[in-house]
Design a protein around this ligand. Structure first.
Ligand code: BES
Ligand code: MN
Ligand code: ZN
Length: 506
């Protein structure tokens, strides 16, 4: 789909549809909606009066113009209550209206920038949110569906963003470009996490990372098993040993602030392309969605692509530990002891607590590159869903400044985050009788134990852990997240990199 920008009066736009908007509680529409209302002899006002149009967020009312306007249809998109209006409302509205148009067979439309006028948002931010919402909301994963006889799966082809204020067009153009870059990165992460595990193997993940790197200014290196052996990555290799798929450690690097090499952010992703649980095998229901256990790694690869695409002024390194977790004759056993790259030994309390094992070595690898600021992203624990549900990412960290930056980047991106504690005295929960530590806790506060285990390998760096087990996958379509992989927290990671870029420190 193409999104273009042009100055002009939307009521004069031709084509299958024009999109205007309305806040909840407004009885006489103003701005573009007002102009369109007048051209339609008060049709919008009448529908408001009759209660058919209420302006609720996500409400879409289609009015056929029957020749009274150059466009065939007017869509009135509800913005919701003005008091609850923000960029995320724009994303939701944009997603809902685009999906509605697609569902009625409309392939192109012109729209005003929701929120840039009466909504009081900066034109660039509003335009970015619109583009994000449209591109994320129209996403679907249908590559394995056979030919589409009724044309039901035809995509939207073009959206034209029309702004009456010529002086804002450059800002709107920049916002659209930014929003498309972010949303396409989100969709790349979704594609990876929705892809079945027989296709999205560690090898395929490395190929996708290579495709993302080519021509984008990203450097890439993929470490093979032999290299991991030489580095002593016993924890990552222990998880990988039960699988016939070779593990990959995918390293992407971007140098957006070459004058300040110390300004580097490390993004570390869990890339378990299938988590069967290993010998501590999962139930059928528990295993069903485990092709998505590489969502953290996918988010890191996608965020790296976005950071490069947006030419963000920070240095960022992505490290993705990609492997399967499988049972079998060569698989790791409960009770095994592995030696991590850091030298710390780990007793395997449960082979299904594999994420923290692969992350331990990935974090140590990042530290070995001299990276002092680390954010790891992982579908780490079922317990985080018990604690926070499916719409908050769990945040943990050793450095409150970094944690606050991550949470603020999340708020800006509409990705909800909630911090949980790392109590010093809870560390005894994963002490081992035979090794330095073990990979399971006491059974209580499982997300904290998982986070703390990873933190053991941060080795003094500023470190934040994001547990996305709940947020990485949506059970049903909601706003700009269609059912399936959500691509969380790709936009937050890109926003974080921007916050850490030279010039906008903090
Ligand atoms: N990948 C799972 C966590 C998960 C669960 C992600 C549900 C998405 C949805 C992780 O590897 C895992 O199995 N964690 C165990 C840890 C336990 C064995 C200490 C869990 O949460 O049960
Ligand atoms: Mn597991
Ligand atoms: Zn897992």
């Amino acid at each position: 789909m193409k999104i273009s920008v042009a100055p002009g009066d939307i009521s004069r736009s031709e084509g299958p549809a024009i999109i205007v908007n309305l806040f909840e509680g407004v009885t006489s529409p103003g701005g573009a909606a007002g102009a369109v209302d007048r051209a339609l002899d008060g049709a919008i006002s009448r529908l408001i009066e009759q209660g058919e149009i209420r302006g609720k967020r996500g409400e879409n009312t289609v009015i056929h113009t029957l020749g009274r306007l150059p466009a065939e249809r007017v869509v009135v998109a509800g913005l919701g209550k003005p008091s609850k209006f923000d960029p995320d409302a724009v994303r939701v509205v944009s997603a809902e209206v685009c999906r509605h148009l697609r569902s009625i067979g409309v392939r192109s439309a012109s729209t005003i920038v929701h929120g840039a006028g009466i909504g009081g948002l900066a034109p660039r931010a509003a335009a970015s949110a619109m583009a994000e919402g449209a591109v994320m909301g129209l996403y679907r994963f249908d590559k394995y569906k056979s030919d589409d006889e009724n044309g039901d799966r035809r995509d939207m082809e073009e959206i034209t963003v029309i702004d009456i204020d010529r002086s804002r067009v450059t800002d709107v153009e920049e916002g659209v470009r930014e929003g498309v870059t972010l949303a396409e990165a989100v969709n790349l992460c979704r594609d990876m996490a929705n892809e079945p595990a027989n296709v999205m193997t560690p090898t395929r993940m490395a190929e996708v990372a290579l495709e993302a790197a080519v021509g984008s200014g990203l450097r890439i290196e993929v470490l093979e098993r032999s290299h991991m052996e030489a580095l002593g990555m016993g924890a990552l290799l222990g998880v990988a040993q039960g699988s016939s798929e070779p593990p990959k450690l995918i390293v992407l690097a971007y140098d957006g602030d070459p004058d300040d090499p110390s300004n580097r952010l490390g993004l570390i992703g869990k890339g378990i392309t299938f988590d069967s649980g290993g010998l501590d095998i999962k139930s059928a229901a528990g295993m069903l969605t485990m092709k998505g256990d590489m969502a953290g790694g996918g988010a890191v690869i996608a965020a790296m692509k976005a950071v490069a695409g947006l030419r963000i002024g920070a240095n960022v390194t992505g490290v993705v530990a990609a492997t399967e977790n499988m049972p079998g004759g060569r698989a790791q056993r409960p009770g095994d002891v592995v030696t991590t790259m850091s030298g710390k030994t780990v007793e395997i309390g449960n082979t299904d607590a594999e994420g923290r094992l692969v992350l331990a070595d990935a974090v140590t690898y990042a530290r070995s590159l001299g990276i002092e600021r680390i954010v790891d992203v992982a579908t780490l624990t079922g317990a985080i869903i018990t604690a926070l549900g499916k719409h908050y990412t769990g945040v943990f960290g050793s450095d409150q400044k970094l944690v606050d930056s991550v949470i603020a980047a999340g708020a800006e991106s509409g990705e909800r985050m909630w911090q949980l504690p790392l109590p010093e005295d809870y560390r005894q929960n994963y002490r081992s009788d035979v090794a330095d530590i073990k990979n399971t806790g006491s059974g209580a506060a499982g997300s904290i134990a998982g986070a703390q285990f990873i933190g053991e390998f941060a080795d003094g760096a500023a470190w934040t852990h994001l547990d996305i087990a709940g947020t990485a996958r949506a059970d049903s379509t909601r706003g700009y997240n269609p059912k399936g992989a959500t691509g969380a927290p790709v936009r937050t990671l890109a926003a974080l990199a921007r916050r850490l870029s030279s010039g906008s420190k903090g």
